[in-house]
Design a protein around this ligand. Structure first.
Ligand SMILES: Nc1nc2c(ncn2[C@@H]2O[C@H](COP(=O)(O)OP(=O)(O)OP(=O)(O)O)[C@@H](O)[C@H]2O)c(=O)[nH]1
Ligand SMILES: [Mg+2]
Length: 369
């Protein structure tokens, strides 16, 4: 039984839980909208908040749903997951249900699930979303960043997939993002089951890293062509910029994992100080070396990173730039009126004078020969 559980909240969260189910994770989902959730057929455990029919991108609706039904939600989560060490709550930050519900729900669950750490898989929208989505994302990320006692927050960046595949449909972007995130988490968990003569990366190591508060990233670099330590280091650093998660843009990683799989010759090129030169050496590093004849691959887990300031700036900056236009739009909604130029014409439709009933005999006399 895997020791990480996935709780999807809202539509995007449900989709991530769906993929996680196919990979053998314990999963469950919560939504305000039954129609969104029923399509996730691989997720068996579902809680639909009674009396709701979606949040319509309004975070306050999601928040209200938790206020009114948190007791049922706690019971549902407790019943849905057995013997897990870490629960990752997955949601998009820019919708209404997942974004509105998840910060409060995580904060409540932190006190209610003894022995289980709680982290998040939070989706950051791609670059071309509109103002309403950006506002939701900024509010949600701020709230998540302020939760005390939270473990790893994985910031899944839909823009990373979009940059690599500008022509893809939204559905393709979403599906491959979801798949890649769950593959990354599944890989590091599965490595903990392997044994090695040269240094094991075990489940305690992984949980030590994942229980670090802050932003976490997992990335893999294939280093087949590398000839020098500098080659290996730069490939690893490049993988931090091109993973499915928001690129690293500050210094300061607290705990890290470094997992090597491949031939022994290439393993000698791993130079830890050089790898961490740009972002600073972590407080603790957990290493695993698995010698095999497969293509040499280095997977790194970086935990305790800051919420990435330049990435979040690109999310917020178009709001700043359009501040006046957006304020104009809101003001317009409240004051909008139309003055007709042809109000005089309404007079034309005044009713004709009422017909007075006349008698046949009076008509006959009117036409008398
Ligand atoms: N990576 C990924 N992103 C998704 C997926 N589905 C939606 N998104 C993102 O999530 C945003 C929409 O949020 P949803 O999850 O549909 O919203 P919700 O939580 O269901 O909230 P409401 O629909 O407002 O009730 C989109 O703008 C995308 O950024 C998905 O399956 N994968
Ligand atoms: Mg929805």
């Amino acid at each position: 039984m895997k020791s990480i559980g996935i709780l999807g909240v809202g539509q995007a969260g449900g989709n991530i839980a769906e993929i996680a189910s196919t990979m053998g994770f314990q999963t469950a989902l919560i939504n305000t909208n039954q129609r969104d959730g029923v399509v996730n057929t691989k997720v068996e455990k579902k809680y639909f908040v009674p009396g709701y029919n979606g949040a319509g991108q309004d975070r306050s609706v999601g928040l209200r749903a938790v206020h009114e039904h948190y007791r049922e939600m706690i019971d549902f989560v407790k019943k849905s997951f057995q013997n897990i060490k870490l629960l990752l709550v997955a949601f998009s930050t820019d919708g209404g249900s997942g974004s509105g519900m998840s910060p409060l729900l995580i904060d409540i669950l932190l006190d209610q699930l003894p022995g289980v750490n709680i982290g998040a898989i939070a989706i950051v929208p791609e670059r071309n979303v509109l103002a309403g989505n950006r506002i939701n994302a900024a509010e949600c990320i701020e709230q998540i960043s302020k939760i005390e006692g939270i473990s790893s927050v994985f910031l899944v960046d839909n823009d990373q997939m979009r940059k690599a595949n500008p022509q893809s449909s939204k559905q393709q972007i979403y599906l491959s993002s979801n798949r890649q995130v769950m593959e990354a988490i599944s890989y590091v968990l599965q490595v903990t089951q392997k044994s090695s003569f040269f240094g094991n990366f075990d489940e305690t190591d992984l949980m030590n890293i994942l229980n670090t508060r802050g932003v976490t990233l997992i990335s893999s670099a294939t280093v087949t062509e590398a000839r020098t330590s500098a080659d290996v280091s730069s490939k690893i650093q490049r993988s931090w910029a091109h993973s499915i998660f928001c690129p690293v843009d500050t210094v300061g990683v607290i705990r890290a994992g470094l997992i090597y799989e491949g031939p022994e010759t290439v393993s000698k090129l791993i130079n830890v100080p050089q790898i961490f030169e740009k972002i600073g050496e972590p407080l603790e590093l957990f290493e695993g070396t698995y010698i095999s004849e497969c293509d040499p691959t280095v997977t790194t887990i970086l935990a305790g990173l800051s919420f990435p300031p330049s990435r979040l700036k690109t999310l917020e900056e178009s709001l700043e730039k359009n501040k006046e236009r957006l304020q104009f739009l809101v003001n317009k909604e409240q004051t909008e009126k139309y003055e007709s130029q042809v109000s005089w014409a309404s007079g034309l439709k005044a009713k004709a004078p009422e017909k007075k009933p006349g008698s046949v005999s009076s008509k006959l006399s009117k036409y008398q020969k």
